[in-house]
Ligand binder design. Sequence first.
Ligand code: C2G
Length: 130
Amino acid sequence: ARTVITFGTFDVFHVGHLRMIERAAALGDRLVVGVSGDELNLAKKGREPIFSQAERLAIVAALKPVSEVFVEESLELKRDYVLQHRADVLVMGDDWEGKFDELGDVCEVVYLPRTPAVSTTALIEKISTT
Ligand code: C2G
């Protein structure tokens, strides 16, 4: 069986997130998703996500194409996560293009194009101005 792994915050879950998960799952037989933890988000973006780590994990875990979820504690642990979950393929959005090429010795690394014109930031903006 071919295992695919992908990562994300998946805050205020939207169709861009769904399409990414569906396309990642289509590249193998099982999809494992690392959902970035609240502490990692605070460190990375300087703010807490709208939905907590537990809520974001629950939403992603309930999706049909997802076999397993875990908390991503650090961006630097990608290699460990790939090995732990015996992933054959790492899938990332093309906003990360080239960033994880060094993992090519333990898995295939694929960058997929993002869905245009949808983002959590734009959604928050839209909600707060309507
Ligand atoms: N995505 C997409 N299209 C959008 C928005 C997001 O395809 N319009 C994809 C992203 O490319 C990513 C996934 O959905 O693959 C999750 O997006 P984010 O939650 O923004 O993920 P991010 O915070 O970039 O991940 O190790 C990576 C970290 O976990 C951070």
